[in-house]
Design a protein around this ligand. Structure first.
Ligand code: C2E
Ligand code: MG
Ligand code: MG
Ligand code: MG
Length: 292
């Protein structure tokens, strides 16, 4: 801790600010090269059907294997990638890598699963996204049902007209779209109504308080009921405890994702997880919590 008064306390504060600037500086400095040298890797987190306990798919989450800093999480570099105009190249890599891995899993005999990737707002504004998605699926001999795209409310609202047009064309060729972090943005229900979405991802900040926090319970209840009424599949994010799981199942939530089932896993471990848990039934929910 900094000293309460005198020069040391002030210096401590200044040092902290320098550290913050340096933190983004190294990201800035190393990110372009990381793309050129392929320093990224995807981890995969299973999504679990809350009715029958089966694995319904996975979300691909990017990590940066930095040569000296180790595994860097997306929270530390996605925003810089967006600011530096690198996010579309990064998203293209994520799409190709997720498809390559999915094909490799299928060839290794793993059950066929859709893999969801996260794309930034900038990517959805591009009229070329549809063409790139189709080409990537084709290059890997995958059907459109093998890839899902997650985007946030704020992504849509940044350029609603272009984004919604792209979304519509993507759904026409069979790509599933999911609204990520639902409830944390500012879109109104009337804006949501017209969107070509299949899945709604209930943000983990609302799942966290289940079942005791009255506000979180009310929000989860409302979102799940609304999703059902609109014909959307609701996916709860950040399911960490058996109590949260029980509450979500009682509310009729379709799918869950979280540390209770599995953390995001490297590709080989994800396949092991699927092979170990793939055929599990609803009565085995307790066992699903026993992570590797
Ligand atoms: P997201 O898409 O909402 O992903 C869910 C985040 O919650 C992931 O963090 C995941 O590891 C974490 N998570 C999963 N289960 C639990 C749980 O039970 N408890 C808690 N506390 N957290 C859980 P991660 O991997 O650090 O990613 C953070 C965000 O970075 C993602 O949020 C997404 O917005 C962004 N991101 C990740 N990969 C990519 C990518 O390839 N491209 C882009 N553009 N953004 C990405
Ligand atoms: Mg996501
Ligand atoms: Mg999310
Ligand atoms: Mg999130």
């Amino acid at each position: 801790h900094a000293k309460r008064n005198g020069r040391n306390g002030y210096q401590f504060h200044t040092q902290g600010m320098n550290d913050h600037v340096l933190e983004t500086l190294w990201v800035d400095r190393d990110l372009r090269r990381a793309l050129e040298e392929n320093q990224f890797v995807l981890y995969y987190q299973p999504k679990i059907d809350l009715v029958n306990g089966r694995i319904t798919g996975a979300e691909a989450l990017i990590r940066w294997q930095h040569p000296t800093r180790g595994l860097v999480m997306p929270g530390q570099f996605i925003r810089v990638a967006e600011e530096r105009g690198l996010i579309v190249a990064l998203g293209d890599w994520v799409m190709r890598e997720a498809c390559r891995q999915n094909k490799a899993w299928q060839e290794a005999g793993m059950a066929e699963l859709p893999i969801a990737i996260n794309l930034s707002a900038q990517h959805f504004r591009l009229s070329t996204l549809l063409r790139d998605v189709k080409r990537t699926l084709q290059d890997h001999a995958l059907g459109a049902d093998c890839l899902e795209l997650e985007l946030t409310e704020s992504s849509i609202m940044q350029d609603a007209v272009a984004t919604i047009a792209t979304m519509r064309r993507l759904t026409e060729v069979g790509v599933v779209l999911a609204l990520d972090d639902f409830g944390t943005g500012y879109s109104s229900l009337s804006q949501l109504k017209g969107l070509p979405l299949a899945n709604l991802k209930l943000d983990q900040s609302f799942v966290r308080g289940l079942p005791d926090d009255h506000d979180d319970l009310a929000i989860c209840t409302a979102v799940i009921a609304m999703g059902q009424a609109l014909g959307l599949k609701v996916i709860a994010e950040g399911v960490e405890t058996p109590e949260q799981l029980a509450a979500l199942r009682t509310l009729g939530c379709d799918v869950g994702q979280g540390y209770l089932f599995a953390r995001p896993l490297p590709a080989a471990q994800f396949m092991e997880f699927v092979q170990r848990h793939g055929g599990m039934e609803v009565t085995a929910f307790g066992a699903l919590g026993d992570n590797a």
